[in-house]
Design a protein around this ligand. Structure first.
Ligand code: NDP
Ligand code: MG
Length: 395
């Protein structure tokens, strides 16, 4: 029996994870559910999944959950940073699903890594912010980190087993690998006239053609910042160089990414666009379990197509690749700026096309001080958010 903590339980990845757990009750149990403010959803999840602990980061939400939960369920309700750390590092826990959205996921995810847990990593932002530190902590503690992000999970599945054991330190060249091909659908605005992009609404940006996801990552998919964050994530997870990593637009989202070998072979992972597949893969690796996902029907798929990314349409992708080449200071700044600009767009305060403008300004203007600790990273994150917010207010 694997005992699990779900960070971000009330979100989209949280729901898919709990669905896979519910399909395999003999193998997985829920030790704790963690969320921020959504008490209604947490109530429903507690009643269905009966965790030992329910943690709300927001104190008021924790009080309200405590008042509403029936004592007969015997669920401990907690709040506070040290309590959250206690949960993810508890000896009762084997596996942590890291699926809080954004920079807020960094501290608890890193705590799980430091405690040597099996960490199923959906929160790409934590790796974008703390890459080197994250990988070093992973090596020190011996934590097994498995990529949930569908592209990185696909790449992982297409790697030789020996390389799978070296996440963070892969020798791609030594394994005969020439390229990692990171695929992305191009999102809802792939073919929209460029002149229409400034008028795109949050509802249009969140309407992804293939995937159903949380609002922040949906906007990131529309701007292709998501692919940019994934590019950075892939560089760290697979120890890939600029030359080894390519982005390929594949509008159908059937191939989830590919690994190209020196001998001309390309190994791809395919499947319906449903996060329960990569989640189930991470949960059961190296075994396989039922995920509840429909098998892929090739006759319904019909065609697979591929395009080169257009950086005029997707300036955020170019910014992310550029930041990745500059280093961790730049990626931390870009991540923080993007969280502020996306939130402002979702709040109807700025236009869709302003997201890239705010991100670019922060990247060029915020001073890139050296990052030697998690505190340095968090300080740069806070500083960038303040700068980005000022800019948003000026627009
Ligand atoms: P959602 O917006 O659906 O859910 C976010 C979750 O994070 C909620 O449970 C929310 O709690 C919680 N949360 C938000 N802020 C905080 C905070 N300050 N402290 C603690 N918890 C917080 O996001 P997704 O599930 O879509 O995405 C989660 C992560 O997974 C992201 O990093 C995303 O990039 C990554 N990912 C998602 C994919 C997808 O298909 N959705 C695919 C690949 C990666 P509450 O509801 O209480 O606010
Ligand atoms: Mg992805």
């Amino acid at each position: 029996m694997q005992s699990m903590v779900i960070l971000g339980a009330t979100g989209s990845i949280g729901a898919s994870t709990l669905s896979v757990i519910a399909s395999n009750p003999e193998t997985y149990s829920v030790y704790a559910l963690v969320a921020n403010t959504n008490v209604d959803k947490m109530m429903a999840l507690c009643e269905q999944h009966r965790p030992k602990v329910a943690h709300m980061v927001d104190e008021q939400a924790a009080k309200s959950l405590q008042a509403r939960l029936s004592p007969s369920l015997k669920i401990e309700v907690t709040t506070g940073e040290s309590q959250l750390e206690g949960i993810v590092t508890s000896s009762s826990v084997d596996t942590v699903m890291a699926a809080i959205v954004g920079a807020a996921g960094l501290v608890p995810t890193l705590a799980a890594v430091k405690a040597g847990k099996r960490v199923l990593l959906a929160n790409k932002e934590s790796l974008v912010m703390s890459g080197r530190l994250f990988i070093e902590e992973m090596k020190k503690s011996g934590a097994q980190v498995l990529p949930v992000d569908s592209e990185h999970n696909a790449i992982f599945q297409a790697l030789p087993e020996s390389v799978q054991q070296e996440i963070g330190f892969c020798d791609l060249d030594g394994a005969g690998i020439s390229h990692i091909l990171l695929t992305g659908s191009g999102g809802p605005f792939l073919t929209s006239p460029l002149s229409s992009l400034p008028q795109m609404t949050p509802a249009q940006a969140c309407k992804h053609p293939n995937w159903s996801m949380g609002r922040k990552i949906s906007v990131d998919s529309a701007s292709m910042m998501n692919k940019g964050l994934e590019y950075i994530e892939a560089r760290w997870l697979f120890n890939a160089s600029v030359e080894q990593l390519k982005v390929v637009i594949h509008p159908q989202s059937v191939i989830h990414s590919m690994v190209q070998y020196r001998d001309g072979s390309v190994i791809a992972q395919l499947g319906n666009p449903d996060m329960r597949t990569p989640i189930a893969h991470c949960m059961s690796y190296p075994q396989r379990i039922n995920s509840g996902v429909e098998p892929l029907d090739f006759f319904k798929v019909g065609q697979l197509s591929f395009l080169e990314p257009d950086f005029t349409r997707f300036p955020c992708l170019a910014l992310a690749i550029d930041a990745c080449n500059q280093g961790q200071e730049a990626t931390t700044i870009l991540n923080a700026a993007n969280e502020i600009s996306v939130a402002a767009f979702l709040d109807n305060k700025i236009k869709f096309t302003d997201i890239a403008k705010v991100n670019e300004t922060c990247l060029s203007q915020v001073a890139k001080q050296a990052l030697n600790s998690i505190d340095d990273i968090l300080a740069l994150d806070v500083q960038t958010r303040a700068y980005a917010s000022e800019w948003v207010n000026k627009i």
